[in-house]
Design a protein around this ligand. Sequence first.
Ligand code: GCW
Length: 701
Amino acid sequence: MTKQLLLFFLVISSLAFADDGSRLWLNYDLIKDAKQRESYAQLAKFIVVSSDNQTIKIASEELQIGLQGLLGKKVAIVKTATGSGRIVLSVNKNAPSTTNLSEEGYEIYTEKDNIVISSKTETGVLYGAFELLRAIQTGKSLTNISIASSPKIKIRMLNHWDNANGTVERGYAGSTMWKWNELPYRIDPRYIMYARANASIGINATSINNVNASSRFLTAEYLEKIKAVADVLRPYGIRVFISVNFRSPRTLGGLKTSDPLDPEVRKWWNEKTKEIHQYIPDFGGYLVKANSEGEPGPQDYGRTHADGANMLADAMRPFSGIVIWRAFVYNADPNGDRFKEGYEQFKPLDGTFDPKVIVQVKNGPIDFMPREPFHPMFGAFPKTTLGMEFQITQEYLGQSTHLTYLAPMYKECLYTDTYAKGQGSTVAKVIDGSLYNASNSLMAGVANTGSDVNWCGHPFNQSNWYAFGRLAWDHTLSSEQIASEWIQMTLTQSKSAGQKITDMMMKSHPVYVSYTYPLGTAHMMGESHHYGPEPWLAKSARPDWTSVYYHRADSIGLGFDRTGKLSNALQLYSPEVQKKWGNSEQCPLDYLLWFHHVPWSKKLRTGRSLWDELCVRYYDGPVQVKRLQDTWETVKPDIDTETFESVKGRLKIQEKEALWWRDACVLYFGEYSKMPVPKPLMPPQRTLNEVKKLVEIYHLR
Ligand code: GCW
């Protein structure tokens, strides 16, 4: 064989086996260990279903596809079977096994060499089927398996920021996955993959369009399209929501106003809501961004957020859906503090929202920064149901090129104590409804899906979708466990490689923060595209869209004093939190500059001055990225070639850009501190102007 021919065959065979990432964590690759395969096969001879319900059919077929892949053999779906090795799917409201389960909860147990998946609902059985597959994918023993699980949060939701024109706001994985031009006539098979992936992690709601919403989504033409999507997602337990533009009564209905107290406007929404239900009988409800970043809202008519939300809740009254009203609002006040805006605008409204309304609050008070203190609204609104909004898409977190695993960041927020009702009043308890006995609960994640073959751009970005869903189901799961599950289901069956990759993932968020926003700095990214460093940004359409507004660097020091002199934002928190963060000597270093303006030469508890500590962290970031690269090299034999190369290339970009962040910030802040980069660190090899030029390229038209 000639060399060329050999090369050709090599390329072809590697393509044939290449993993393009399209199957996400449901790749169901054959279990390599034959013994283990055989032991599972003994317990999986038949899938027994006695109902022809569509969701149960989906559950049984998923088990069949999964087992076929994992065990390499076809397991028959039957109505009855005798003997051992049956996997029985059972929906039974009154079975003793389901008594302590919520509607969507499930139990998996063994009964005489058979495995039973039992739930009060079909969707619960589907979740149980995925759990059983996950147990096999992650190599768990099924002998005497006994799992009972109910979701901690009721609405576990993805928010798509997808536009009618096919783009995705803050999307880094191609264009929208919704083919608006083809719907309702063609159903892209990816919708089914999307539904399976979501159901596998318990996501049960999705808002399909951008919160910067076009009224188009409420036209009959689009409702037909959305209906087609809802019909696909329904049997997977997923309800569809629509983001609405508050001005729709004017733009779409031809009314003179969209004032929420105007009877004509109310009538318009009532009728529109009825009309939507003709297409989508189980419509989830509305998601609204109002009076925020130029979007219309009730304040345009001198009304409050509650007036707006309650009007929509009224329209939803005859139906089971709800209204999700976002608290992401802020005005451009150069002398104010954006940190306080959401809290201050909503606080007087606590107790005035309709029970059908959930107020959706971003995890932090500014805007999905790589590290933010928890939003002060959590714990301060006993009479309002607050939902959590996390961002899965990595707007400020390296988009599609930096490896950043977000479960630790989500958990850091969820497990911070608000002290609202004494010690142990964590954000998680506010969100899951247990702190205030709320009847509803919500965790939403801004989706990172797109038209890319692998859905999410960076292969590791899939893990953030996965982690979000797992935590929305059960926020007590550890970040390590979630990472390790995802790796085994997606990347490799090798235990040692899995351990190394878990380690990489667990380090990735702190590493990212280290070279971008150490010590509690925030919002210093490039204007509008939000990528790369631009700490010198001083002019923008709004003062609170600049960088200098946030870092407040001057000849004395760095950081935003929120203890009272410049802003009293700290007072929005309970006294215990104020005590923890309000004293610059005790404030955790990760949050320090969120709350304090610290002199450059001030000695921190690390023994270094602020300036030295800042430099040490900026310099450590790129070094750690190199370590990630080194570790990645060692797992090469255990990873699919295409995935391996894709991550390897991205880690190279990440290193280059970590150095870019480091040099930009160290050179820029050095102009204020007037202090040298501490030895043995080497000062940057380029000038501030050279780094600024790199950023200018981004703004060239
Ligand atoms: O994070 C910011 C984004 C905007 C986004 C806004 C929001 C949808 O830069 O693109 O708009 O937040 O959450 O409403």
